[in-house]
Design a protein around this ligand. Structure first.
Ligand code: AMP
Length: 593
């Protein structure tokens, strides 16, 4: 076994390493540290968070800089404020015996003058986010013209976040002959291009797909109808009573909405995304770290740099646009030697993405069935029984025991236990006995949904003539009704009218909303039709469109589809349009600490 001493680190660093309790170098450290200490070379390392990469560049940089000089010699660029602070703290720990060392973090959302003041005191190392760094350079608050070492940390993520221009700009203020060390979890062509542009003959290092911890993460996917995503999420949470998780959504809006719905339904959840102020984000993170929040709903960008070690589950509420991002997401769990599960809620049309992810992570997903209502009830009951069994008795209760005993005088132990557990059990049971089955088979093709009794099909009096296609009409309906992206489906646009479906539970909300609804000075009328509009193919394999074209040579005819007869006109008072549509569909649960 190779030791830190054998890597060539000096005594100050070795002392700090002893204090930190690191016993042996990680793979990336073993490969990078001697190379960087012995040569003035560029480096490209494929390594993820959790592999010990901060120390892999941090130790050599700390050893090589001159702490007696006040000149800035090292610049580390990182994608987010959280990561920037994390790296700064790590470097301070690693360099605690390097007398005179000053590492300064430079990031947005905090006082720029205060940061400039810190730098002026003589910062040998600056750890910065690209946006704030550019700002500092343009205000001449920092001088990076003499740096000898630059690090691009999580380069793929910085590029994902659109920092290419900023990075290029910043590096143009640094000397040509500095060494550049690039760390990235993935190597898309954009990162390879950066490496080519800014580096000369770099040492290349790849560390196994995360050390130790990757093997601790298992990957599962659950196939559901896209519009049942939220119900599926709740079911996954209910089936794992002690869940401590990050839930990833694709957009800030979905992130906020899912978190709000979870809170409304009694879960301890919070949102983390870029539309929140820094202060709000700090508060959410603090609550999450303290486990006051069990489910943190986050965007990919906001979740970068979360260094919470005991996350039990990562739930992909939606898959990321860039499948490479999945690696970052699943890496939030299974840290520090613990096991973790990365779950993906997928609609049929996304199953092929799972295959692509499997190729990237070089691991197989397990296709799991959504737990049934009764399974969840059982899990909840047994979890409660276990908690009860392990609970220490609080003797403050003793004073009230007489009255309680009196009340239960005629109740047997067995009956008492049954009654006690029924309190909690009934809450889940009452909900799940009515809840629909979320199971979906992946046998049918192309993501077409089978007609279902849980769907309502509507007629709407706008169509192609009004400038809509199926996507823009779907967007319009979603927007005005404030629905999620999967809540409106089977949108079929004709010349002067169209059809669409929603879940039956949303029927009232849709009809109420469109009562007397005017758009662009025109009444938009929505009515229920009898046809469910399920699937485009009939049993003989002849599609409706083909029949239409046979009849009249037109690809789609309004008259042909008028068979979707209008059933009932909308009516009743307008509902509160801001209210969430999930009202009837949730088990309320007590907040957990
Ligand atoms: P990083 O990949 O830099 O985000 O590091 C992940 C965590 O591993 C940090 O909390 C480090 O303090 C810790 N760490 C780094 N190197 C070692 C090591 N050789 N042994 C044990 N822990 C380490």
């Amino acid at each position: 076994m190779i030791t830190f001493q054998e890597l060539g680190l000096n005594q100050d660093l070795l002392n700090a390493i002893t204090d930190l309790g690191f016993t042996k170098p990680s793979e990336v450290q073993e490969k990078a540290i001697p190379a960087l200490l012995n040569e003035e070379r560029d480096l490209v390392a494929l390594a993820q968070t959790g592999t010990g990469k901060t120390a892999a560049f941090g130790f050599p940089m700390l050893q090589k800089i001159d702490v007696n000089s006040r000149t800035t010699q090292g610049l580390i660029l990182s994608p987010t404020r959280e990561l920037c602070l994390q790296i700064t703290n790590e470097l301070k720990l690693y360099g605690k015996y390097c007398k005179g060392l000053n590492v300064v973090a430079v990031y947005g959302g905090a006082s720029i003058t205060e940061q400039a003041k810190q730098i002026k005191k003589g910062a040998q190392i600056i750890v910065a986010t690209p946006g704030r760094m550019k700002d500092m350079i343009s205000r001449k608050l920092v001088d990076i013209s003499k740096i000898e070492y630059s690090v691009l940390d999580e380069a793929d993520e910085m590029l994902n976040m659109g920092f290419y221009e900023d990075i290029t700009d910043i590096l143009s203020y640094t000397p040509e002959d500095k060494s550049t060390w690039l760390f990235s979890a993935t190597m898309p062509k954009e990162v390879a291009a950066i490496a080519r542009k800014f580096m000369y003959d770099p040492i290349e290092i790849t560390v196994g797909n995360r050390n130790e911890s990757t093997n601790q993460v298992s990957h599962e996917y659950y196939l559901v109808n896209g519009r049942d995503r939220y119900l599926a999420l709740k079911r996954l949470a209910d089936a794992n009573p002690d869940i401590f998780s990050v839930i990833f959504c694709r957009t800030k809006r979905d992130t906020q909405k899912v978190a709000e719905k979870l809170v409304e339904d009694g879960y301890s959840a919070g949102a983390l995304h870029g539309d929140l102020s820094q202060n709000q984000r700090d508060l959410v993170m603090k609550a999450f770290r303290n486990k006051q929040i069990q489910m943190l709903v986050a965007t990919d960008v906001a979740a970068r740099g979360i260094d919470v070690d005991d996350i039990t589950h990562v739930i992909n509420y939606q898959l990321p646009d860039e499948i490479e991002t999945y690696t970052h997401r699943s890496g939030r769990t299974g840290r520090a030697g613990k096991t973790g599960v990365s779950m993906v809620i997928v609609a049929k049309s996304e199953v092929r993405k799972i295959k692509s992810i499997e190729r990237i992570i070089k691991k197989q997903f397990e296709k799991k069935d959504m737990p049934s209502g009764m399974e969840i009830c059982e899990v909840q009951l047994m979890s409660l029984a276990n908690k009860m069994h392990n609970t220490e008795i609080n003797h403050e209760i003793d004073a009230f025991l007489d009255s309680i005993n009196e009340l239960f005088e005629d109740t047997s132990k067995e009956e008492l236990i049954k009654k006690f557990f029924s309190v909690e059990f009934s809450r889940f049971y009452d909900y799940y006995k009515k809840a629909k089955d979320l199971a979906v088979t992946d046998s049918s093709e192309g993501g077409d949904r089978a007609p279902s009794n849980n769907e309502t099909r509507y007629f709407i009096n706008v169509g192609r003539k009004d400038g809509y296609d199926w996507m823009s009409l779907k967007d319009f309906i979603k927007e005005v009704l404030e629905l999620g992206r999967d809540d409106v489906f089977k949108v079929d646009v004709k010349d002067s009218f169209s059809f669409f479906n929603t879940d039956k539970s949303m029927e009232k909300r849709v009809l109420d909303f469109f009562t007397d609804f005017k758009y662009n000075d025109r009444f938009v009328n929505v009515e229920i039709t009898e046809n469910k509009g399920g699937g485009r193919r009939d049993r003989s394999g002849r599609g409706k469109k083909r029949n239409d074209s046979k009849r009249g040579g037109r690809r789609s005819s309004d008259s042909g589809n008028r068979s979707e007869r209008v059933g009932r006109r909308s009516g009743g008072p307008k509902s509160d349009r801001r209210r969430s549509g999930s009202g009837s569909d949730r088990p309320r649960r007590s907040r957990r600490k």
